[in-house]
Write a protein that binds this ligand. Structure first.
Ligand code: FAD
Length: 394
């Protein structure tokens, strides 16, 4: 049997960073992953450029049954700390929008950074490792792996959520939490596109690829001002991904398709100058032409000139375009979701160390915990912050 001080399960963002930090603090660390290579989600992230943090990281950008839980770790290891680390590794980055920081070159650089940090900490990394069972006794945690038996005083679960099973996601962390008597909140795909019911989908499918700025509101009042994208299955784009975290099946979302322009004022001004202009061509000045065409087939946009448009028609049209109510059929689910809502109940963990209060030596970090960030680098920042906080206690 091989003995270590710490065993970490999951060589994703949180596991790699925690392993590196604990190793550099002198702990003998074994890092296990079921995949062929470490950090697979990092490599896929941010369109291959990894949106590794957000300048405006704040606990308010995280969903959890316990909104206070993330505060301590986010304050102790901040976005500025991770930016410092990125700078020390000479990785060039840029802000794309809304404080979202991306590598100029490739997400591979972030994985290389984490691997170098692990090497500095003499971390033992074992890939293609399956954990067959975990037992706890007075010596700590003993694990049967596909390649032998390992033991450590401390066990860190960094096995992530359920999104993208193709990238190695498993319910391991949730099951292990339950094995040791911890509560796990039901999980749900988040940061995920909406699917639409027929016949609306049939009409909107022709818009696949069309994107426009929107303001989108969930039934609970949560608002995001970001772009929306029509897809062949329904709706996507940052506004939709963000709102999906706040949406429950059966609920409507309200979409302002023209947030920058008061359409009532715009139509009145246009009518004054060009009364014989078609409504369709008028709206095409401020909205995608293909969208107007589809809205005409849906009878939202009447086939009239501006002088023919009566005030009832105008107010109905303006109300629909500024407050388009759509009832999604569902989401695309874990197959395409970026993250998983729910997970290990934080009231049972120390917000300072991530250790289970009633199970000494057992820690949960990263996405397996019931802390889920907005789109925009917030989820990686949670991975770094929770991993760092945990590593200080190992
Ligand atoms: P993960 O990174 O998922 O790592 C978990 C690891 O555990 C994996 O390597 C997995 O193989 C391993 N594992 C699972 N089960 C087992 C088991 N039974 N035995 C052994 N190993 C196991 N967030 C951002 O902030 N910015 C982005 O740009 C961004 N882009 C994303 C793009 C995509 C396509 C996806 C899917 C997610 C994206 N995210 C992004 C979210 C972000 O990737 C996750 O929140 C983050 O990776 C969570 O880190 P983690 O270490 O907790 O889990």
């Amino acid at each position: 049997m091989e003995k270590f001080d710490v065993i970490i399960i999951g060589a994703g963002a949180a596991g790699l960073f925690c392993a590196a930090q604990a190793g550099q603090r002198g702990r003998r660390v074994l890092l296990l992953d079921n995949g062929k290579k470490p950090g697979r989600k990092i490599l896929m992230s941010g369109g291959g450029r990894c949106n590794f943090t957000n300048l405006y990281t704040d606990p308010a950008a995280y969903l959890s049954h316990n909104p206070h839980f993330s505060k301590s770790a986010l304050a102790r290891y901040t976005q500025w700390d991770f930016i410092d680390l990125v700078n020390r590794h000479g990785i060039a980055w840029h802000e794309k929008t809304l404080g979202q920081l991306f590598c100029d070159d490739s997400a591979q650089q972030i994985v290389e950074l984490l691997m170098k940090e692990c090497q500095q900490g003499n971390v033992t990394l074992r890939l293609r490792s399956e954990v067959l069972n975990v037992e706890r006794d007075e010596h700590g945690y003993t694990m049967q792996l596909n390649g032998g038996t390992v033991q450590a005083e401390k066990l860190v679960i960094a096995s992530g959520g359920l999104s993208m099973p193709g990238l190695g996601a498993t319910p391991f962390g949730y099951k292990l939490a339950e094995q040791f008597g911890l509560r796990v909140f039901p999980t749900r795909a988040a940061l995920v596109p909406f699917t639409l019911h027929k016949p609306l989908l049939d009409h909107l499918q022709t818009l696949s690829g069309v994107s426009l700025p929107t303001v989108m509101t969930a039934e609970d009042g949560t608002v995001f001002k970001e772009a929306m994208l029509f897809t062949h299955r329904g709706l996507s784009g940052p506004a939709v991904l963000q709102l999906s975290s706040y949406w429950q099946p059966g609920e409507f979302v309200t979409i302002d398709l023209s947030p920058a322009q008061d359409l009532d004022v715009f139509i009145n001004e246009e009518r004054a100058g060009h009364p014989n202009q078609s409504l369709k061509n008028t709206l095409a000045k401020v909205l995608p032409k293909r969208l107007i065409e589809v809205l005409q087939t849906l009878a939202v946009v009447p086939d009239v000139t501006l002088k023919q448009l009566n005030s009832r028609q105008q107010s109905e049209l303006v109300a629909t375009l500024h407050q388009w109510r759509v009832q999604p059929n569902g989401t695309e689910g874990y197959r395409t979701a970026e993250v998983t809502l729910g997970g290990v109940d934080t009231t049972q963990l120390s917000s300072k160390t991530m250790e289970a209060r009633d199970v000494a030596g057992l820690y949960f970090i990263g996405e397996v915990v019931d802390v889920t960030g907005w789109l925009g680098g917030y989820n990686f920042q949670w991975a770094w912050s929770s991993a760092w906080a945990c590593a200080q206690a190992l």
